[in-house]
Design a protein around this ligand. Structure first.
Ligand SMILES: CC(C)(COP(=O)(O)OP(=O)(O)OC[C@H]1O[C@@H](n2cnc3c(N)ncnc32)[C@H](O)[C@@H]1OP(=O)(O)O)[C@@H](O)C(=O)NCCC(=O)NCCS
Length: 335
């Protein structure tokens, strides 16, 4: 059986920086509250007219990743595109990437697993490479949150957290050596689907009905989140799924060279770090600069950690995510 390894990484974030003070001009919030509860100082938002969209940002990140993998668009055998904020209701972003990058008529699969989307996508790509079906798979996580958030006080518990951006990884067949993706671990618990959700527009919540039936105060086409409930489940599931991955590979917490947690909230990352007794050097966080970019957060953080020389050949790198669904997962990598 083949194994797969990451051969190229890239990320893109819009130029437009939105600080906590900027948000406090739109809603009743403040820098101290946001930093204390989430660790976020600023995030990036697409600016009207800057040409960005979920798929466009995905292409920008993917172009860098392909370049670093020393591959051309025609070398890619499959696209896996993870997002909760696609440009269109259908089709998904994968086919847009295929078109914009001028790729062959390769398969394009869209993944809808929110904050766990990149790990789900990585796992799918890994399986296709392991079976020998494909040699190079492009995995993208990209989000345009700012296009669909409630920037009034009503939506402040959600809208201060999320930011826009994209990250991409090229997964390639490992021709030699035993490094690469060691294992991936995926979970879901639909019983909690409403705790962090955007109900419409959807077939159950069609736009004309929403507008007719709902007073302005309670519009279900903005995301809603039960923050404390999400927090409590996140800290349990993150720790569980990291341990599951370590156990599957006969590794211990002390063997982790770098943990890249999905950037949900700095307090969640710190809680996990404390629970697992990891040092500051063993955990990478960049939520302070970008907020929570959902499916894009892990590939953006992984790329930055790698660019900063914090990940070296032979290192044990652990990716872990938790989010809406609930869904959660981990990937254990020997770099
Ligand atoms: C969202 C989160 C930061 C809120 O922090 P919290 O300590 O749970 O705060 P609460 O929701 O209990 O709200 C406390 C108060 O702050 C207020 N508040 C909410 N958002 C605010 C904001 N942006 N600015 C100022 N005040 C705010 C609330 O209205 C509430 O006021 P009240 O006490 O007068 O009713 C926190 O619950 C969290 O991070 N949860 C996890 C979310 C997450 O990670 N989501 C992504 C998962 S992938």
């Amino acid at each position: 059986m083949y194994t797969s390894k990451i051969t190229g990484l890239g990320y893109y974030v819009p130029e437009n920086v939105v600080t906590n003070d900027d948000l406090s001009k739109l809603m009743d919030t403040n820098d101290a509250w946001i930093q204390e509860r989430t660790g976020i100082k600023e995030r990036r938002h697409i600016k009207k007219g800057d040409g960005n969209s979920t798929s466009v940002m995905g292409v920008k990140a993917a172009t860098i990743a392909l370049d670093r993998a020393k591959l051309l668009p025609n070398d890619i055998d499959m696209i896996v595109f993870a997002t909760l904020s696609p440009d269109m209701y259908f089709p998904g972003g994968g086919v847009e990437v295929q078109e914009m990058m001028g790729m062959r008529t390769i398969p394009a699969l869209d993944v809808r697993n929110q904050c766990s989307g990149f790990i789900y996508g990585l796992s799918v790509a890994d399986q296709f490479i392991k079976t020998g079906m494909y040699k190079n798979v492009l995995v993208i996580g990209s989000e345009n949150h700012s296009g669909g958030l409630d920037f009034t006080t009503r939506g402040r518990n959600v809208s201060v957290i999320f930011g826009d951006g994209a990250g991409a990884a090229v997964l390639s067949r490992n021709e030699e050596g035993s490094n690469g993706i060691l294992s991936t671990h995926l979970h879901s618990e639909g019983a909690h689907k409403n705790e962090l959700a955007l109900q419409g527009p959807s077939t159950a919540h069609w736009v004309p009905e929403i507008i007719a039936e709902n007073p302005q105060e309670n519009i279900p086409y903005y995301p809603v989140m039960n923050g404390q409930f999400v927090f409590k489940h996140a800290i349990v599931r993150f720790a569980e799924v990291i341990q599951e991955g370590l156990d599957a590979n006969n590794l211990e917490v002390k063997d982790i060279d770098m943990l890249i947690p999905h950037q949900a909230n700095l307090r969640i990352s710190q809680f996990i770090q404390h629970k697992l007794k990891l040092t500051d050097d063993q955990v990478f966080n960049n939520i302070q600069k970008y907020g929570n970019t959902t499916a894009a957060s892990i590939p953006i953080a992984l790329t930055e950690a790698w660019e900063q020389g914090k990940i070296k050949e032979g290192d044990v790198v652990v990716l872990a995510a938790f989010g809406s669904g609930f869904t959660w997962g981990s990937a254990i990598i020997r770099w």
